[in-house]
Design a protein around this ligand. Structure first.
Ligand SMILES: C[S@@+](CC[C@H](N)C(=O)[O-])C[C@H]1O[C@@H](n2cnc3c(N)ncnc32)[C@H](O)[C@@H]1O
Length: 213
């Protein structure tokens, strides 16, 4: 099995997360009524998010990552999944400029990547630029709402130690809110996977159709 991580601890941590991707993809399909159109998976890494969305929609998937190694892994995931969707692999830094025109994507997902972005405000502004009018984006990290609570608690415990060791500090909901406002975005919500377990913080961005007259 190809793996984006050289570190054994990270490999097994990634492996333990495998059940979350189909559940999170189903959550996105349910919440945003995904069916057709363009989906971009930013910071795709292993390519699991985009691929699980592909399996249950007719969407064209653009896998984006700053690291060629991430895209190599994503290609491998796509090959193994045997999907029919149109797919593209794009090496790009979300904090600079995504190589897509304005109003391009129907849905943008970015899981577990924002913490690594050098300029998060610019990255969020790029997501908004590329999103179609009426489109939605979900950026953040977590395991999704559909995961059973006991499994969530167990997986979060394992991840917490690993992220702490890597010195990764996830922004709070308030910090995500401030980033969106600094990016000039007003139409967003901060979401939690599970308020009781205080895990998983996301920003959901909605690009509204502007009314004329
Ligand atoms: C922890 S992995 C998450 C992978 C996958 N999305 C998931 O949910 O398992 C973070 C990914 O974000 C990518 N990344 C980090 N900074 C980025 C940037 N500025 N633009 C695009 N991708 C970036 C990394 O290369 C890495 O593949």
């Amino acid at each position: 099995m190809l793996n984006i991580n050289d570190n054994e601890e990270e490999k097994s941590s990634y492996h333990s997360l495998l059940p979350i991707y189909p559940l999170l993809a189903q959550q996105c399909v349910d919440d945003y009524r995904l069916e057709n159109g363009i989906c971009i998976d930013i910071g795709t890494g292993n390519g699991y998010m985009g691929t699980e969305i592909a399996k249950i929609t007719h969407m064209s998937i653009f896998y984006v990552d700053i690291e060629p190694k991430g895209l190599e892994f994503a290609r491998h995931t796509v090959e193994e999944a045997n999907i029919d969707n149109e797919v593209s692999f794009v090496e790009a830094d979300v904090c600079r400029q995504l190589p897509f025109k304005d109003n391009f994507a129907d849905f943008i997902i970015s899981r577990g990547s924002l913490w690594f972005w050098e300029d998060r405000v610019k990255g969020i502004a790029e997501v908004y630029r590329v999103l179609k009018m009426g489109g939605k984006a979900l950026i953040g990290g977590g395991l999704g709402r559909y995961l059973p609570g006991s499994m969530r608690a167990r997986l979060m415990e394992g991840r917490k130690n690993m992220l702490e060791k890597k010195g990764v500090k996830k922004p709070s909901g308030k910090e995500l809110q401030d980033m969106a406002l600094q990016a000039g975005i007003l139409s967003f919500k901060i979401l939690r996977d599970s308020p009781e377990q205080k895990t998983g913080t996301w920003i959901e961005i909605h690009k509204y159709v502007e009314k004329v007259g």
